[in-house]
Design a protein around this ligand. Structure first.
Ligand code: G
Ligand code: G
Ligand code: NA
Length: 253
């Protein structure tokens, strides 16, 4: 596994890059945004996926550095698309560990301002892999980001730690239904009332719903029927390099 020294060297050498996975409207299939997913272009081992290095980055205390690298790369890509007339909502993942850093919100606000990207175009996705240790700090950060105009998305909802309590307590405006709930839901009729009620509750809270992990037409049709707003998944589009997005978008309009 990569140690802190190697990860820091990789960050300094700008070996990280982003791929983007589309989010579409279930109603009409139009592109509604993209999620940035980090990869490590390793000089010896090729393209490494997040599970090969993110936990080590967090353990080495380097997650905030990686987050800022990701944010700056994503903002540059957003500007590139915007310059050719593709103006899109862009989602960036934040590690729950970052939510204990009181400087994070200010750094995100400054980076976005420096890039000249209006915060309304950026959403931060937050996964709770574990109970957030310092709730007061996390809440302060999220409220500051939301008030500044950023979107906030509760990732992997309905599995693990993301709960109704988080949804009610934090200023989220989007909820991503965990892949484990959505995947093959069409073959699991007992899932329907749970999904339908979750989506209805989100709607009452004015929270947009996204179905993750859509791999089949059956699941796509079901999530539309249940009132879900957006979809993401291999059926819709796989993560792709920034340069591939404009033609993907043109072919999907
Ligand atoms: O394609 P995929 O293997 O990229 O992503 C695996 C997981 O890694 C996802 O659950 C995603 O939330 C997380 N992830 C991807 N990119 C980032 C990132 O830039 N920052 C953080 N903190 N997590 C990320
Ligand atoms: O939790 P998050 O939304 O950040 O998850 C992104 C991860 O999910 C990435 O690893 C991405 O490659 C993966 N992913 C995206 N769409 C699908 C899908 O349809 N099926 C599966 N199994 N994984 C997916
Ligand atoms: Na995510």
């Amino acid at each position: 596994p990569p140690d802190g020294e190697r990860l820091l060297a990789a960050l300094t050498a700008h070996q990280f890059e982003l791929h983007y996975q589309p989010k579409i409207a279930l109603r009409n299939g139009t592109l509604q945004g993209v999620e940035a997913l980090v990869r490590w272009r390793h000089p010896l081992h090729g393209l490494l996926m997040p599970n090969a290095f993110l936990p080590h980055t967090e353990a080495a205390g380097l997650i905030d550095l990686l987050t800022m690298e990701v944010v700056n790369l994503a903002l540059a890509d957003w500007r590139g698309w915007n310059a050719i007339g593709l103006t899109l909502p862009l989602a960036i993942n934040l590690s729950p560990l970052s939510l204990s850093d009181p400087h994070l919100a200010g750094q995100l606000i400054a980076a976005t301002a420096a890039a000249g990207v209006p915060p309304e175009h950026i959403t931060f996705e937050i996964t709770e892999q574990a109970e957030i240790a310092d709730l007061a700090t996390a809440l302060r950060i999220l409220i500051k980001l939301r008030l500044h105009g950023f979107g906030l998305s509760l990732d992997d909802y309905g599995a693990g730690h993301a709960s109704l309590l988080q949804l009610s307590r934090f200023p989220f405006n989007e909820l991503k239904l965990d892949r484990r709930l959505v995947h093959r839901a069409a073959e699991r009729p007992h899932m329907r009332p749970l999904l339908r009620n979750t989506i209805a509750a989100a709607r009452e809270l004015k929270v947009v719903t996204v179905a993750e992990g859509i791999e089949t037409q059956q699941d796509r049709r079901l999530m539309l029927e249940l009132g879900c707003d957006l979809a993401q998944g291999y059926l819709v589009g796989r993560p792709m390099p920034a340069a591939a997005l404009p033609s993907w978008s043109a072919g999907n309009a």
